[in-house]
Design a protein. Structure first.
Length: 94
């Protein structure tokens, strides 16, 4: 491994550590842990098989993966909020 390769690897690892320490990553981890505690063992195993290997990801890939989790989380939160809205009553028809 050349010195420049080693420098690139170390910079990428440092970037990944910074991403993993971010508030967004912490929230994504908590959300994933909560959602993985609900399904059956078989379903949980299936979901975990689809998860990327953090050790082989570049920092940019890790950021994109966290963004995807945040988007999914926000989408599900919107759906749940919509489900909690009371149905509108139609008292009279015009």
């Amino acid at each position: 491994m050349s010195a420049s390769d080693l420098e690139f690897m170390l910079e990428d690892m440092e970037a990944k550590f910074q991403i993993l320490k971010s508030k967004e990553a912490q929230e994504a981890r908590a959300w994933m842990a909560q959602n993985l505690s609900v399904p059956s063992d078989k379903k949980r195993e299936e979901v975990l098989k689809t998860m990327p290997n953090l050790a082989t990801m570049r920092a940019a890939q890790l950021s994109r993966q966290i963004a995807r989790i945040q988007e999914k989380r926000a989408s599900l939160a919107e759906e749940q909020a919509a489900d909690r809205q009371p149905a509108k009553r139609i008292d009279s028809i015009g």
